[in-house]
Design a protein around this ligand. Sequence first.
Ligand SMILES: [Zn+2]
Length: 401
Amino acid sequence: MDVPKVAGGSASAALKQVLDSPEVQRLIADLEATRWTGRPGYPIRTMVGLCLAKSLYAIPTWTRTAALVTEHWQLQRVLGCEGNPPSKWSAYRFAAKLRANAPMVERCIDAVVKGLREKLPSYGTDLAIDASDMPAYANGQRYVYEGGPERNWQTDGDASWGHRSAVATRRGGGFFGFKLQMACCTKTGLPVAWSVETAKANESMFVAPLIDEAKRRGAMAVTCAMDKAYDIGRVYGECAERDCEAIVPLRATGAVVKNEHRPPACEHGVWTFAGSDKKRGASKWRCPTGECKPASTWVKADRLHPLMPRESKRWKALYRGRGAVEREFGRLKNEWGLKPLRVRGLDRVRLHADLTILTKLACALARTRAAATTQRQRRNGTARVGSRPAPMRVRPEVRRE
Ligand SMILES: [Zn+2]
């Protein structure tokens, strides 16, 4: 990963940093502006902090997040609710508020991505797109029990049956739920654009929207690596339209079996690659000895003949970068609490994914900023040796009501 490394502080220190970042402050201010009536409730900052804590501590439910905050005074201090921790019910109400104000969350994500782009110039240049399974909080069985009556209700009406590939010792096969479609930066390993869709939706349909979203957020998106499942003529066209080079290996389709993807050849041997013209949408190939007339030819770019030949070192390096998106799925699921789902319905699952990835990106941004500050202090010779924020040691008085 290209992300600067700094000594990790406590999770509560990270939470404080993220809560105090200008991007999250803006979200808090936006949400405060919507509170014009109704019960006074907890401060918005406390509730936003509770959402961030849920992902930061990888807790699947609001009940357990609220319980954690209730038990830890340090967390309460960071959230600004000492002696009066929010209940799980207030967390549910706040989640509904966030769903109703989805554009505000979206704007916060955009701002965090922009901040990362300023600090990490390579962020968003080379992308990798893939989809990953998010099993629903419902079983999706058609019959109530084997040989029994058909189910006449749906625990999660938005979830559907889809296919997932094998991972480690787990077999590939069908699963019931959703899929996270994600575009990751291959240099920094950080997500750039994503969307949650029902599991049966065709993955190749989300390449164009993901690249558009990444570009809208200011990513360069020069190349996009994808696996064989995306080896469809339409995908190459959609990428080319968006000035993004698709890096996809070939499936053994009829044309490939007939060797139509091979470079041109003559009696002097296989022709060599002599560069591509993006504007022209074609690559140039030359006779190895130059004796042919004409000695070179332009081949129009398509699935079989991409602008960047699949045999080139650059193509292979970019395709190796595809692993970044797989690793990020693993980190989000296992370290940031993307899995297991404990909410039902597409809008709730979407909010869950958005908050999880937002927390992860905001933490990365806070870390990058902290590293930049330390570097500057080192240059100026003002850094304290082994500098760390002063720990919050004094235990507050416990108020019992
Ligand atoms: Zn020749």
